[in-house]
Every structure is written in C-alpha cells, then in structure tokens.
Ligand binder design. Structure first.
Ligand SMILES: [Zn+2]
Ligand SMILES: [Zn+2]
Length: 175
C-alpha cells in the first residue's frame, strides 16, 4: 500500500493529508488477501511523516476450540512515524533514526504502509482465537464438531476440562 508523499514532504510542518485506504493485502503472509479499509491521516512533522488512523480488516484463523478456519475481524489502531531517506528538495541522503521498527520513506518519496499493517495485524490476532465466543468445540470422544449439533456420544456436551476431573473422581471412588 504505497503513498507518494513527495508533495507533502515539501509542505510546511503540520500540513495534513487524509488518505482513504481500501485495498487487498496479504496481511498474515499466508498467501490469502484480506481487504483493508479505513482512513489514515498523514501529518508532516519537522523530521518525518506521522501516520495515524484506524483500519479494519480480517484474517483467516483457525479456531482454538473446533479447529475450523474462520475470518476473524481485526481493528488496527495505526500510529507510526515514517522518516524520509532523502531530502525531497536537495536529493541528499538523510540520516534515518536507528530505532528498531522505524519506517522509512524511500528515495522515490514513497511511503509504504504494508509492513506496518502486517505488524499491527500480528499484534491484533488473539492468542486463542475462537470462531464464535461460545464455540462448542469438538467432542472429546469422537471429534465431532459440536457446533453442528450433538454427536450421540454419551458424554456429549460435557466440558472437556471437567472430563479429566471426573475421571480422577471415578478412579478415587473405585479405590
Ligand atoms: Zn470454533
Ligand atoms: Zn462424540
């Protein structure tokens, strides 16, 4: 997602440009494109272009309970500073801050949001994604996806976290 900011780099400090984002990007690097939509505001600072905005997208994830793939909606609150690699007026190379994760505007004065979006997506993905909040998961006996209805196993619907406990209790009872 590339934005040419040559004009804005020539503009006075504080000048603002709003940019509509509506593009398909491979946000997770798995070869699947996701639509990224929203608005970003670019502001010229004394040393950089500050990018701020809220973007909506989704990632193809695997549910942590039923193991089915699903689209997880993600909201990205972007705030990044992009440092120009060359002076837009003189063409001279500019020192780029040696901060990890800082972004640069290339020699053609192109600011590329793609890498930042990827990083924000990685941060936004939940540790244990669920296809729906109350996903019923898989039957711990036959592996049937209980979101599609009961499987007929005697223990169906039992929370697998309790089944270990009830097994222990049964073992205790027999001793
Ligand atoms: Zn699920
Ligand atoms: Zn079952």
């Amino acid at each position: 997602m590339q934005i040419n900011v040559a004009q804005q780099l020539r503009a006075p400090i504080g000048s603002i440009r709003d940019y509509e984002v509506n593009q398909v990007i491979d946000v997770t690097g798995d070869g699947n494109g996701s639509l990224v939509q929203g608005k970003v505001r670019l502001m010229r600072t004394d040393r950089s272009i500050l990018v701020k905005g809220v973007l909506d997208t989704e990632a193809e994830l695997t549910c942590g309970r039923c193991l089915n793939p699903f689209s997880c909606p993600l909201t990205l609150n972007i705030e990044e500073e992009y440092f120009p690699a060359t002076d837009v007026v003189t063409g001279a190379a500019l020192p780029v801050p040696d901060e990890p994760g800082s972004f640069t505007i290339d020699e053609q004065h192109v600011l590329d949001l793609t890498e930042a979006i990827r990083q924000y997506v990685l941060l936004a993905i939940p540790m244990k994604p669920l296809c729906v909040e109350d996903c019923a998961g898989l039957c711990s006996y036959c592996g049937h996806n209980l979101n599609r209805g009961p499987c007929g196993c005697p223990s169906q619907g039992a929370d697998p976290r309790w089944s270990e406990l009830s097994k222990l209790n049964k073992e205790k009872g027999t001793k």
